[in-house]
Write a protein that binds this ligand. Structure first.
Ligand SMILES: Nc1ncnc2c1ncn2[C@@H]1O[C@H](COP(=O)(O)OP(=O)(O)O)[C@@H](O)[C@H]1O
Ligand SMILES: [Mg+2]
Length: 391
């Protein structure tokens, strides 16, 4: 599953922006306030809309007035995501427009389409307006002949529900369930070191939480249920953090769970609260990136914070491996060292001008291309502010 292109209109700082040719691993650079976190929140918005409805997704973000781009005469919010479920599969387009009428938020339009065969017209498999529309109900695979497709008119319970949520038969519709899974299992990593450090109420967790506060629980889960994964994580820890021999999740007498880090030089392990920020953060990233069930899309906020700059190259390789195993990765960063480990076609610049942001591929900037050809590095060009300046 891979998103290749996105268009965002009237969503905060993005009045009208298209991001094209998004690779499996992408790095986003730009000044503070240029919209990197807002871009990630497009997925948060869609997930809230899918889990609840668009009214909830809008009100969690301060209402239409806050969410719409400022001073743009109140148009609809428009989001378009183009993705492929498999590398050779068709390019699928999902579109949604969100409007407000007389104080009520609704889905003005929602569509899902793709081309059948190489030359055909894009075909609407789902097309809804304000809670009414049609869906093809027997497209279990991509290949049902056109004459045999059933278009069924439907009315949703409410105009603020997404059709991809509201229609039970889509459980069988491969492309819709793939898209739903992408949104439902999208993960934002915004790791807060203070949250991961203290001990944790004993309990159970299979996946790392966005802020990393259940790290001891996930470590124990991996240790007990996926020992080979845990062993791999420890090997990487040993390579990357000098002195770390072993990490374990241990119970305290008062029924809590703590992480203990064993340094080869000492007999007794250190409790996580006495270990460096970087050690814990590297361990947390390894736990996140070696999750036996990877997220289809992983967004990471500034992974460089608290980490030793020399670790950035290895961290970039960990992200690239994750992307290779099928999970797409998008990273916001201010780290020249991390960018030095990126490929130029993986880097996107966020440039804010007169209140609104444009996003472009750094590779399309001729000046950057020629400076790189002369031996400059992406990190050095980032330092000169050249990566978020359109050509
Ligand atoms: N409705 C809106 N219209 C225009 N700009 C907005 C709107 N809501 C928020 N913003 C702006 O969007 C920016 C948000 O940036 P953010 O995504 O946090 O950037 P970054 O993560 O790159 O630092 C801020 O500069 C804020 O002023
Ligand atoms: Mg941010």
């Amino acid at each position: 599953m891979r998103i290749e292109r996105m268009t965002i209109k009237n969503f905060r700082v993005f009045r009208d922006v298209t991001i094209e040719r998004i690779p499996p691993l992408a790095f986003f650079v730009g000044a503070n306030g240029s919209g990197k976190s807002t871009f990630f929140d497009v997925f948060g918005f869609l997930r809230d809309a899918l889990q609840h409805n668009v009214s909830v997704a809008v009100s969690r973000r301060g209402g239409m007035k806050e969410l719409r781009s400022r001073e743009q005469d109140g148009g609809d919010i428009f989001l378009e995501i183009k993705f492929r479920e498999e590398a050779e599969g068709p390019l699928v387009t999902y579109q949604i427009s969100v409007a407000e009428q007389e104080g009520r938020v609704s889905v003005a339009h929602e569509a899902l389409k793709y081309r059948r065969g190489q030359y055909g017209q894009p075909w609407n498999f789902l097309n809804f307006q304000h809670g009414e529309g049609y869906a093809v109900t027997n497209e279990a695979e991509y290949g049902v002949p056109e004459a045999e497709m059933n278009r069924e008119f439907q009315k949703l319970d409410s105009p603020d529900i997404l059709a991809i949520k509201g229609l039970g038969q889509f459980e069988r519709f491969k492309v819709v369930s793939a898209f739903r899974r992408l949104i439902e299992r999208w993960h934002l990593s915004d790791f807060h070191i203070h949250a991961a450090r203290p001990s944790q109420e004993d309990g159970y967790a299979e996946h790392l939480s966005p802020q990393g506060d259940n790290l001891p629980l996930v470590a124990r889960f991996l240790y007990e249920r996926h020992p080979e994964v845990f062993r791999r994580i420890l090997e990487r820890m040993k390579q990357r953090i000098p002195g770390v021999e072993r990490v374990e999740a241990a119970n305290t007498v008062d029924g809590r769970l703590v992480l203990r880090f064993q340094d080869g030089a000492f007999r007794d392990p250190f409790l996580s609260r006495h270990v460096s920020d970087g050690t814990i953060k590297m361990f947390a990233y390894l736990v996140l990136l070696h999750d036996p069930l990877p997220h289809p899309l992983l967004c990471v906020e500034e992974p460089e914070n608290q980490l030793y700059p020399m670790l950035m190259r290895e961290l970039a390789e960990e992200f690239r491996d994750y992307a290779r195993r099928g999970g797409q990765v998008m990273i916001s960063t201010h780290s020249p060292e991390l960018l030095d480990a990126a490929k130029v076609e993986e880097v996107f610049g966020f440039e804010k001008k007169e209140g609104f942001t444009k996003v472009f591929r750094v590779k399309d900037n001729a000046q950057v291309r020629s400076l790189l050809a002369e031996g400059d590095t992406l990190g050095a060009l980032w330092g000169q502010g050249l990566l978020w300046r359109s050509a």
